[in-house]
Design a protein around this ligand. Structure first.
Ligand code: CA
Ligand code: CA
Length: 146
């Protein structure tokens, strides 16, 4: 599934940051992407660890979503904080994860991540619409490795 040293070009990274910015224009929710080369932990467990490292549990409405990718280990996970998870349940995260893998198998990394970000934005918007007082609580930049 992953064959390169890095899965995104600089331009693709910028496109993803822009996709996050656009998605967050419609919701108070926050989306982050973390990409690392390898990690042998179960992906959900590692994603939860990264979630806390990035302080994603600190959003006001507990509506942060993390897209986690370890490209050499061929692992992906998508997790959401309590506030959003209570509306979506596991099925939504699993379906989005499958969609991501579908794109990754075709080596369409940037496209896959962008599509999932867009869908995360749509889902967040249903439950956490944008308000005028909204803050960008979590950086839109891609988090890379540790
Ligand atoms: Ca926000
Ligand atoms: Ca943000």
């Amino acid at each position: 599934m992953f064959t390169k040293d890095s899965i995104l070009t600089t331009i693709e990274e910028q496109q993803i940051v822009e996709a996050i910015r656009l998605a967050e224009q419609n919701t108070s929710g926050e989306i982050r992407v973390h990409i690392e080369k390898s990690n042998e932990k179960p992906p959900i467990e590692r994603a939860q660890e990264v979630f806390y490292i990035l302080n994603m549990q600190e959003t006001e409405f507990q509506n942060g979503i993390l897209i986690y990718i370890a490209y050499e280990s061929r692992k992906v996970a998508i997790i959401g904080d309590k506030g959003i998870h209570k509306f979506t349940g596991d099925d939504f995260w699993n379906a989005e994860k499958d969609l991501l893998i579908h794109y990754f198998k075709k080596e369409k990394y940037a496209d896959g991540i962008s599509v999932v970000i867009e869908q995360m934005g749509e889902k967040l918007k249903e439950f956490f619409p944008y308000t005028v007082n909204d803050k960008d609580e979590l950086s839109n930049e891609i988090s890379n490795g540790y």
